[in-house]
Design a protein around this ligand. Structure first.
Ligand SMILES: Cc1cc2nc3c(=O)[nH]c(=O)nc-3n(C[C@H](O)[C@H](O)[C@H](O)COP(=O)(O)OP(=O)(O)OC[C@H]3O[C@@H](n4cnc5c(N)ncnc54)[C@H](O)[C@@H]3O)c2cc1C
Length: 420
């Protein structure tokens, strides 16, 4: 259990990283009545913003930059949050309890929150740094992509993860020919059941998206410095005017590691999101924590829900109401007309059943691990998703037969009015 008595004396909280988690930590501290100083430091320019629209409405122009902002500037002034953006935290001096910024200023802290997020994994192969090879993490990346999309005819997307597939749906709706090069054997294979992968594979193929699985990218070809095609190890060349690399992220742990904190695919924290140093916590995409829905295994989760709920959990602890983190993970992805929602952690699972009819494009897949519900994947079935979150948070027992039976009242089981 972290030191709660000392928490009452906190005066200076410094948050490193002004993304979803960092912003929420600052806002929730004030919501919980914290009256001390809060500094929120981010190395990106501008106000803290949300990333999900970057691969969705923002790329089409349906959402503008201002709409991405999590709050207007006045919010930070009124909440007395000292927001410093465009500045990087370079160093943590744990002995003196202060940090040093890129502009050489030093800030003291009583408690330091690391919300440094993650950055895109890059490819280490010839042509990876050519003009026309893009990635998508920041608003700046999205601007570059948005500017180029109207002028291209063919795009190659390396990686069939959520971001690659969201972009594929969008590009194909703009009349762009899409080729997806994926190293594994199916889309979104790390996160989803085979049934759900197949549904999305067929849905994207129906709009003309071309998939190449078991693809080992060896090189990106250029003409006068500009990307024109992607080569794969099987000897194929895939022509493209633009290449998007979407091969996952790596957590930003260097600051923590340099300060002597433990890192293991993320900054290592306990169930209260505290590092081994009681004055430093880590939250959001950068934090590796014991995940109750993975049997307590240390996990790092990349989602808005995780960032927001981590921040709230931490703010509660810093204001004297500590609770171990145990929020149900959930996530969404919009791909063309399909809204995919995931509750819990479906992967890995040993058994799954389908509830509803995939041919109606509105159904759910219930995934079981060791006889217990592990996660639920829903397409255009918001009601199933919401019930799944309740089932998982209550821990109510559910059998695969009950899940597959459409007349079985899931809600009654979730609320406890129908016993197992
Ligand atoms: C294109 C895209 C689409 C997405 N879509 C979805 C979706 O549909 N649903 C969903 O649930 N999730 C989605 N996500 C994931 C979600 O946005 C992330 O999980 C969430 O942003 C994590 O928040 P975070 O604050 O932990 O990290 P981030 O948002 O990455 O913020 C961390 C910030 O810290 C800054 N930073 C790092 N080091 C330093 C330093 N030393 N000094 C100062 N600043 C520093 C970083 O530059 C960054 O601004 C998407 C992500 C992307 C990129």
């Amino acid at each position: 259990m972290p030191e709660t008595s000392a928490m009452a004396d906190l005066q200076d909280v410094v948050v490193v990283g002004a993304g979803q988690a960092g912003f929420q930590a600052a806002a929730s501290l004030r919501d919980n009545g914290f009256a001390g100083r809060i500094s929120l430091i981010g190395d990106e320019p501008g106000l803290p913003y949300q990333r999900p629209p970057l691969s969705k409405a923002y790329l089409t122009g349906a959402t503008d930059r201002v709409a991405l902002n999590l709050r207007p500037e006045s919010f930070f002034t009124q909440a007395a949050i000292d927001l410093r953006t465009g500045q990087r935290v370079m160093f943590i001096d744990r002995a003196r309890k202060c940090i040093r910024l890129s502009n050489e200023t030093t800030l003291p802290y009583d408690h330091l929150v690391l919300a440094t997020g993650a950055r895109n994994r890059t490819l280490d192969l010839p042509g990876a740094d050519l003009d026309g090879v893009l990635q998508l993490r920041s608003a700046g990346d999205a601007d570059a992509l948005r500017n180029r999309l109207p002028d291209i005819k063919r795009i190659a997307i390396i990686g069939a993860g959520f971001i690659g597939l969201e972009l594929a749906a969008l590009a194909s709706s703009m009349g762009i020919a899409v080729t997806i090069l994926e190293a594994s054997t199916r889309p979104m294979s790390r996160a989803l059941s085979e049934t759900m992968s197949r549904f999305f594979l067929e849905a994207h193929q129906a709009t003309g998206v071309r998939f190449v699985f078991d693809a080992v990218v060896t090189r990106i070809r250029d003409h006068q410095g500009r990307a024109i095609a992607v080569d794969t190890a099987d000897g194929q060349t895939h022509p493209a005017d633009l290449v998007l690399v979407g091969v996952g992220v790596v957590p930003n742990v260097e600051l923590a590691a340099d300060a002597g904190l433990a890192v293991a695919n993320g900054i290592v924290v306990d169930a209260h999101l505290a590092t081994a140093d009681p004055s430093i916590s880590a939250i959001g995409d950068c934090a590796a924590y014991p995940q109750p829905f993975a049997g307590g295994e240390r996990r790092r989760i990349e989602s808005v829900q995780n960032a927001v709920d981590h921040a709230r959990c931490l703010a509660a602890r810093l204001t004297g109401k500590p609770q171990p983190y145990r929020a149900v993970p959930w996530f969404w992805s919009d791909q063309g007309p399909f809204k995919l929602q995931i509750a819990g952690l479906p992967a890995p699972h040993d058994h799954h059943v389908v509830r509803g009819d995939p041919s109606s494009s509105a159904f759910s897949v219930f995934c079981f691990r060791d006889g217990r519900l592990a996660g639920v994947e829903s397409v255009n079935k918001a009601a199933d998703h919401m019930i799944a979150r309740r089932l998982l948070s209550s821990g109510a027992a559910l059998s695969p037969d009950e899940a597959a039976n459409q007349t079985f009242d899931l809600k009654a089981r979730a609320t406890g009015s129908l016993a197992a």
